[in-house]
Design a protein. Structure first.
Length: 154
């Protein structure tokens, strides 16, 4: 089941036409999904808050491709985000990624668990090194603040 879920996740990450990204995530995430951020102590519970974090991460990490994607690698040549390793078993996947942000190397893993219906029930992100964690913390904080400000004006 996780393979089909991952294919949909990769469609979103690689900037394939998924329509409304928020609606796409509504279908991909279980209503009770739990998100573990590398920079927030408490787990974030529920679809709406998880969507907010994932959409902010997509903007922060450059999830919307701006350059030509490297053939077969899932890599955007301009921002460099790519998954480098995948470990898949049962309903769980560990996806190692790397990118550059502001000239700093960022390495991490997404640990994704889905239920038997193929919806993501847990999404955990871990990042290294410390400089990368600090940069992600600052950039994600700014992006979340901007996104929350934009939604409050609507």
């Amino acid at each position: 089941m996780i393979e089909a879920t991952l294919e949909r996740w990769f469609d979103l990450i690689h900037g394939n036409d998924v329509g409304d990204r928020s609606a796409f995530l509504d279908d991909l995430l279980d209503p009770e999904v739990v998100f573990y951020s590398p920079v927030v102590f408490t787990p974030q519970r529920g679809r709406e808050v998880t969507k907010l974090y994932l959409l902010a991460a997509g903007s922060t990490f450059g999830g919307e491709p701006r350059g030509e994607r490297a053939e077969g690698k899932g890599e955007d040549r301009e921002n460099g985000f790519r998954y480098t390793k995948k470990v898949i078993t049962g309903n769980q996947a560990i996806l190692e990624f790397e990118t550059n942000m502001g000239g700093k190397y960022v390495n991490g893993v997404d640990i994704i668990t889905c239920n038997d219906e193929g919806r993501i029930v847990e999404f955990k992100v871990m990042i290294r090194p410390l400089q990368a964690v600090n940069m992600v913390h600052a950039k994600m904080g700014a992006m979340l603040k901007k996104m929350q400000g934009d939604s409050s004006r609507a």
